[in-house]
Design a protein around this ligand. Structure first.
Ligand SMILES: NC(=O)c1ccc[n+]([C@@H]2O[C@H](COP(=O)([O-])OP(=O)(O)OC[C@H]3O[C@@H](n4cnc5c(N)ncnc54)[C@H](OP(=O)(O)O)[C@@H]3O)[C@@H](O)[C@H]2O)c1
Length: 283
């Protein structure tokens, strides 16, 4: 069962797991043949699980709007922490495995780089809800969970929910777009993360892994590179310090995830930004 199949990562996962007879679970964008899964509704989620009886559950669905998580903290906890815990509890009793996608933002960005064993220090409600879900998975399913912490995910998406596609749309509409000049991260192409997930599942690997693309750069540089790839005018970017953007949720500015552990067990290489933007442009 793939929860969040309608998201950008979910679509890539659906393609990578198609030969395993994956059942797609979506929330608001339910397609033909999909099952509806609302992680915020524990009893409905449990009912879907006992109906489908999956031996593997990929949890790519989440409340991803970081600022909304600040204004709707209870909903955020229900969807991002309690929902995955319900999935983990099903897996505990039924002998299933769970893959969960978490975030670089479980860290505060005060260190130059982070390995998986570093203590977390979330700065906002979204990150806290993810860190708490991680804890629930580890304690309920010590040997049958896979937690992949990722960052700045982008790829083809009909809902155009990622930074790159939203920036393209806004610039094409003629908008001046504020961009944080001091936030750094590692752009991660959906298909590479999906391929790495499949590779780890096939090898029956469990545990926590960092999984991002190879580069670490600022949003400003990312935005300029997107403009270059899509022939858009970078002069319409308004570079601003995060402190001046008026964003509700506090954000860590520079979280670099060390992915050495992943590359020690997984053969999949993650494309760099140049190749990722080309893939996005031609998708
Ligand atoms: N995007 C990033 O930069 C980034 C960075 C780090 C970690 N992550 C994590 O990676 C995972 C995938 O992210 P993404 O970028 O693919 O997200 P996305 O494109 O925004 O898609 C979000 C997905 O979550 C589903 N969803 C929303 N509310 C739900 C609910 N109540 N119950 C079940 N599903 C629900 C959505 O379903 P509908 O569309 O059908 O409503 C959609 O499939 C998430 O866990 C996210 O936290 C993302």
């Amino acid at each position: 069962l793939l929860i969040g199949a309608s998201g950008q990562l979910g679509r890539a996962l659906a393609a990578r797991f198609a030969d395993r007879g994956v059942i797609a679970g979506a929330h608001q964008h339910v397609g033909p043949g999909d099952v509806r899964v609302d992680l915020g509704d524990a009893s409905a989620t449990r009912a879907v699980l006992f109906d489908v009886r999956p031996d593997l559950i990929l949890v790519a669905g989440a409340m991803c709007n970081v600022d909304l998580c600040e204004t709707e903290p209870e909903l955020c906890t229900r969807i991002n922490t309690e929902g995955p815990a319900v999935v983990a509890d099903y897996a505990r009793t039924q002998g299933a495995c769970v893959v969960f996608f978490s975030t670089d933002h479980v860290f505060d960005g005060t260190r130059s780089t982070y390995v998986e064993t570093e203590p977390v220090h979330p700065l906002n409600g979204y990150a806290r809800s993810k860190a708490e879900a991680e804890d629930a998975l580890r304690s309920l399913l010590p040997d049958r969970h896979l937690i992949l912490r990722t960052a700045w995910v982008y790829g083809p998406d009909p809902q155009r929910r990622n930074f790159a596609l939203r920036l393209v749309d806004r610039l094409q509409d003629g908008a001046q777009v504020p961009v944080a000049s001091d936030q750094w991260g590692s752009p991660t192409y959906t298909e590479d993360l999906a391929s790495a997930t499949r590779d780890l599942v096939d090898r029956s690997v469990s545990g926590t892994f960092h999984a991002t693309g190879p580069e670490f750069l600022s949003r400003a540089v990312l935005a300029v590179r997107i403009c270059a790839e899509f022939s858009l005018d970078a002069g319409s970017l308004q570079l601003r310090a995060t402190a001046d953007l008026g964003q509700l949720a506090r954000r860590p500015l520079r979280v670099h995830l060390d992915c050495t552990k992943l590359h020690g067990v997984c053969d999949v290489s993650f494309r760099d930004l140049a190749e990722g933007l080309r893939s996005l442009h031609t998708a």
